[in-house]
Write a protein that binds this ligand. Structure first.
Ligand SMILES: [Zn+2]
Length: 456
C-alpha cells in the first residue's frame, strides 16, 4: 500500500500505487491554486479601493454646491461613464460596482483588510456585505463583521451565509415595518428574454400582493378547468367540451389576458388589444403564408442582420410566425415594417407621417440608446438632437439619435459630447477627451420610391 501514515484497511479498494511524482505535482497544483486565489483577492481589494476613490472624487468635485445631492449623483454618473467606456462595461454596472466598493472600504474595513491579505475571497465579502449592510449601528456592524470574517477564514461562502444571517438579523435595530417600507420602494416589473420565442415576466411585489395574484390566477384556472366549455359545434347534441390546457397553462393565459385586455372574459389571445409600442420585423414570406418559420429559407441572412423566414421583436429576439401574423393584422399602435426576405431591404413602413417617419427610421437604425454599452430600448428613449436645435442643429436623421433618460441627462448636463458621423455612427467624447464611436446595431438598407440616397 502506498498510503502515508496510518490508512485504515479498505479491502474493496484496488491496490493501485500512485505513480512516482504524481503527489508532488498534485501538491504543486493545489499550492498554485491557493496562491493565485490569495493574489486575486488582493487585486480585488485594490480594485475596490480605486473604485471607492472614484466616489470620493465625485464628492470632492461637488463639495460646497448648493444642490449637492443632485450634483454628486450627476458627477458619479459622469465618472461611471468615463470608467465604463474605458473598460467596455455599461456605466450602470460600473456605478453599482463603485457603490459596492465604497460600502466595502468604508463600512466593512475588516472584511476589506482580510480580502487584501488574501485570507477571504470576494464571495465571502459579498456574503458578509449582503447580510450586514442593513445594520445601521456602527458598533453592532463592527462586531458582526469581526465574527463573520473569523468564520469566513475557515468556511465556504455558502456555509458562511447560513451561519451569519441570524446574527445579522439580531444586530438590526429597525423594525420589519420600517424595512418593509424601504423594501417596497424597490418594487418593479422586468422582462427577461429566453429561447424559442418565450420570455419571463418578473414582478417584485409586496408578499401579500404576490400571493394574492397567484391565488386569484389559481382560482380562475380551477374554475375554467372544472367547468366544461359551452357546446359551440352547432349540432343539436349537448356535447361537453372539456378544457385540455393544464392548470399551469390556464394560469399563464389568464395572467396575460387580465393584463392585456380590459375584460378578460371576452378576450381572445389578448394580442388584438395591445397598446404597447414595440417594433416587429416581419419577413414578407410570413405574411404571404409561404414561410416555414425557419431561418434557413430565402438564400442566406439579409443585411438587416435578421433571418429571412423568422419574425423578430426588435431588440429582443425571434417570435413565432402565428404571433407575427396576428400582430401584422392589428396595425394600430404597431409599426409595420415589410422586409424583402432575400435582400433584407425594408420595402415599406406603413402609416406615413413625415416626423413620425423620421422617428421610425431612427428607431430601426438605433434599436437602443446610443451611449456605448447601453441597451435601453429606443422605443422608450428620447430621440434627441446631437447638436442642439438651439445651436443650429437641424432636425434631420443625420443629427438625431436615441438616448435613454440617463444618457440624455449625461449629454446635456456634463462635459460628455456626442456627434453624428456618416453611416449612423455616433462619436462620444469623454471629459478626458477620449473618443468612443457607437455603431448602429445593424445596417439597414432603405429603398425609396424615387431612389434617393438613404437618409443617413
Ligand atoms: Zn442609455
Amino acid at each position: 500500500m502506498a498510503f502515508d501514515g496510518e490508512a485504515p484497511e479498505e479491502p474493496d479498494r484496488p491496490d493501485r500505487p500512485v505513480p512516482v511524482g504524481f503527489d508532488a505535482r498534485r501538491r504543486a497544483l493545489v499550492d498554485a491554486a491557493v496562491a493565485l486565489a490569495a493574489q486575486l483577492a488582493g487585486v480585488q481589494a485594490r480594485q475596490a479601493s480605486v473604485l471607492s476613490a472614484v466616489f470620493e472624487l465625485a464628492e470632492e468635485m461637488t463639495a460646497g454646491s448648493p444642490t449637492r445631492v443632485r450634483d454628486r449623483d450627476l458627477a458619479i454618473r459622469d465618472l461611471s461613464a468615463e470608467v465604463g467606456a474605458a473598460l467596455r462595461v455599461s456605466d450602470r454596472t460600473v456605478q453599482a460596482r463603485i457603490s459596492d466598493a465604497w460600502e466595502l472600504v468604508n463600512r466593512f474595513p475588516a472584511a476589506h483588510a482580510a480580502l487584501a491579505g488574501g485570507r477571504i475571497s470576494w464571495a465571502h465579502v459579498r456574503t458578509i456585505m449582503d447580510a450586514g449592510c442593513a445594520i445601521s449601528d456602527d458598533t453592532a456592524r463592527g462586531q458582526f463583521e469581526a465574527s463573520s470574517v473569523t468564520i469566513a477564514e475557515h468556511e465556504s461562502a455558502g456555509r458562511l451565509r447560513h451561519r451569519i444571517v441570524m446574527d445579522a438579523e439580531a444586530a438590526r435595530t429597525d423594525s420589519i415595518d420600517e424595512r418593509h417600507r424601504a423594501a417596497r420602494a424597490a418594487r418593479c416589473v422586468e422582462v427577461r428574454d429566453g429561447a424559442d420565442g418565450m420570455s419571463d415576466l418578473y414582478a417584485h411585489l409586496p408578499t401579500v400582493q404576490a400571493h394574492g395574484i397567484a391565488d386569484r390566477l389559481h382560482r380562475y384556472a380551477r374554475r375554467i378547468k372544472n367547468h366544461p366549455n359551452p357546446d359551440t359545434d352547432g349540432d343539436a347534441g349537448g356535447d361537453v367540451v372539456w378544457e385540455e390546457r393544464t392548470l399551469a397553462q390556464i394560469q399563464a393565459d389568464v395572467f396575460a389576458d387580465l393584463l392585456l385586455t380590459t375584460d378578460p372574459t371576452t378576450a381572445g389571445d389578448g394580442l388584438a388589444t395591445i397598446r404597447a409600442h414595440v417594433q416587429v420585423n416581419i419577413p414578407a414570406t410570413i405574411l404571404t403564408g409561404t414561410s416555414t418559420g425557419t431561418g434557413a429559407e430565402g438564400g442566406g441572412s439579409p443585411p438587416t442582420g435578421g433571418l429571412p423566414g423568422v419574425a423578430e421583436l426588435i431588440g429582443h429576439g425571434p417570435i413565432d410566425t402565428e404571433t407575427a401574423r396576428a400582430l401584422a393584422g392589428n396595425a394600430p399602435g404597431w409599426d409595420r415594417l415589410f422586409v424583402n426576405p432575400t435582400t433584407g431591404h425594408v420595402l415599406e413602413i406603413d402609416r406615413y407621417q413625415p416626423s413620425a417617419d423620421q422617428r421610425r427610421i431612427l428607431r430601426v437604425r438605433d434599436e437602443h440608446c446610443r451611449f456605448p454599452g447601453c441597451r435601453y430600448p429606443a422605443t422608450r428613449s428620447d430621440a434627441d438632437h446631437t447638436i442642439d436645435a438651439a445651436h443650429g442643429g437641424p432636425t434631420a436623421i443625420s443629427n438625431l439619435g436615441h438616448f435613454c433618460r440617463r444618457h440624455h441627462t449625461l449629454k446635456h448636463h456634463t462635459r460628455w459630447k456626442a456627434d453624428n458621423l456618416p453611416g449612423g455612427l455616433i462619436r462620444w467624447t469623454s471629459p478626458l477627451g477620449v473618443t468612443y464611436t457607437d455603431k448602429p446595431p445593424r445596417t439597414v438598407v432603405f429603398t425609396t420610391p424615387d431612389d434617393t440616397p438613404p437618409p443617413f
